[in-house]
Design a protein around this ligand. Structure first.
Ligand code: GLU
Length: 418
């Protein structure tokens, strides 16, 4: 198992856990148990490509901890996916579920693949084979996958179908984030981005200012970035720069969010829009603004660029976007960081609503979902901000401590098997 610790992403996750764990001083060897995932699965997925050749892709599913309930977590399709990253993300999910007070444990999956380079048919065959390979360890009461970077409701539909076909009957609750027509929840698609926007608003109100000239910069314009921008616009908060893989655009007077979302929906890039100056992703991170929202990959704020950031606050929409060294520099510089497990928990929260709706076969209106999401995001924000203030600690540490403490208490109650 020690190769896990060779992974920078995994070491980082463990380091963050230790910082919080030391303060909590949980006993009974819990720290040691939390530092390793409960179960890891590596699968190889051979796929017949459109040209008749066969290609093999590596897939992973890591189940970190199930003290609070069935494992839960997304599936990521990205060329840089590896065991270390997936295990780190699975650990993050455990604390995220604990913080949000959901009856789930943390898991994560992924395939090392660039989904943009596959045809629709290849993507479907890869998804179905991966599902077949991880089938022995997933289930609606065991481990419930969801979308993450590079996957979407269509991929969830294929997972649900593959699982259901293997059982001989339809099992909607095997995944969340599936299309509404086959049991998905209204409001799930926009949930992560909306949640990020609520947290950004709360952060500005509590720690900054909430005036018409507040400027927000978003790195990444996929599902999370687009819905964050749309909700910020609804809340009357100006987005001055956004970017995608090709680079970004910047306009200090504000960007027409709706037009940019339209371009991206038509499979274009934000730089296709002429309404601002073209900038690189690195330049975007260094723009002067009130709130910077990294909503793309992990580890984008690190020791080599943290010094250059000119924002007042960072609201982490991506998972693990700040390295520990980057985080230390931001703290020294007085830049407030609102951590991922709080800021991006909206998707997970509505996944929980979707799971509950599926099990009860009773579906809620979009308004109910949106209201419940908003309530939970706001109360968790207050919980973390109050605790951080009381303990005089950064919000990341506060959020981790609250999440870990809940899992640790559950684990203690359940005792050691056998
Ligand atoms: N992949 C998302 C996350 O990282 C959502 C997970 C879920 O809905 O289960 O939080």
């Amino acid at each position: 198992m020690y190769e896990l610790f060779d992974s920078p992403a995994y070491s980082e996750a463990v380091m963050q856990f230790r910082r919080a764990g030391e303060r909590l001083a949980t006993d009974d060897g819990l720290e040691e148990r939390f530092e390793l995932p409960q179960r890891t699965l590596v699968v190889s997925c051979p796929v017949r490509m459109d040209d008749g050749t066969q290609k093999v892709f590596s897939g992973y599913r890591v189940q970190h901890n199930q003290a609070l309930g069935p494992y839960k977590g997304g599936i990521r399709y990205h060329p840089e996916v590896d065991m270390g990253e997936v295990a780190a993300l699975a650990m993050t999910m455990t604390w995220k579920c604990g913080l949000a007070e959901l009856p789930f444990g943390g898991a994560k999956g992924g395939i090392a693949v660039d989904p943009g380079k596959l045809s629709e048919g290849e993507l479907e065959r890869l998804t179905r084979r991966y599902t077949a390979e991880i089938l022995p360890i997933i289930g609606p009461n065991e481990d419930i996958p969801a979308p993450d970077l590079g996957t979407n409701p269509q991929v969830m539909a294929w997972i649900m179908d593959t699982y259901s076909m293997s059982k001989g009957f339809t099992v909607p609750s095997i995944v969340t984030g599936k299309p509404v027509l086959i049991g998905g929840s209204l409001g799930r698609e926009e949930a992560t981005g909306f949640g990020v926007a609520y947290v950004a608003e709360d952060t500005l109100e509590r720690f900054g200012k909430r005036t018409a000239d507040v400027k927000v910069v978003i790195q990444g314009f996929g599902n999370v970035g687009t819905y964050t921008a749309l909700k910020l616009r609804d809340l009357g908060i100006k987005v001055v720069a956004v970017s995608d893989v090709r680079g970004g655009i910047y306009n200090p007077d504000g960007l027409p969010v709706e037009e940019l979302v339209e371009i991206v929906r038509r499979k274009g890039f934000v730089t296709d829009h002429g309404g601002g100056d073209k900038i690189t992703n690195e330049e975007l991170l260094a723009l002067e603004c009130d709130v910077l929202i990294p909503a793309a990959l992990g580890r984008v704020i690190h020791k080599d660029n943290a010094q250059k950031l000119k924002c007042k606050m960072v609201v982490e929409a991506a998972n693990n976007p700040t390295t520990a060294e980057g985080d230390d520099i931001l703290r020294e510089r007085g830049i407030l960081v609102v951590p991922d497990i709080l800021a991006n928990s909206g998707g997970l929260i509505v996944s929980y609503f979707e799971w509950v709706q599926g099990l009860q076969e009773y579906y809620w209106s979009r308004e109910v979902v949106h209201d419940e999401l908003k309530k939970r995001m706001k109360s968790t924000f207050i919980k973390v901000a109050d605790f951080a203030e009381k303990e005089k600690i950064p919000m990341r540490l506060a959020a981790l401590m609250l999440g870990i403490d809940r899992v640790a208490r559950a684990k203690k109650l359940r005792g050691l098997y056998p």
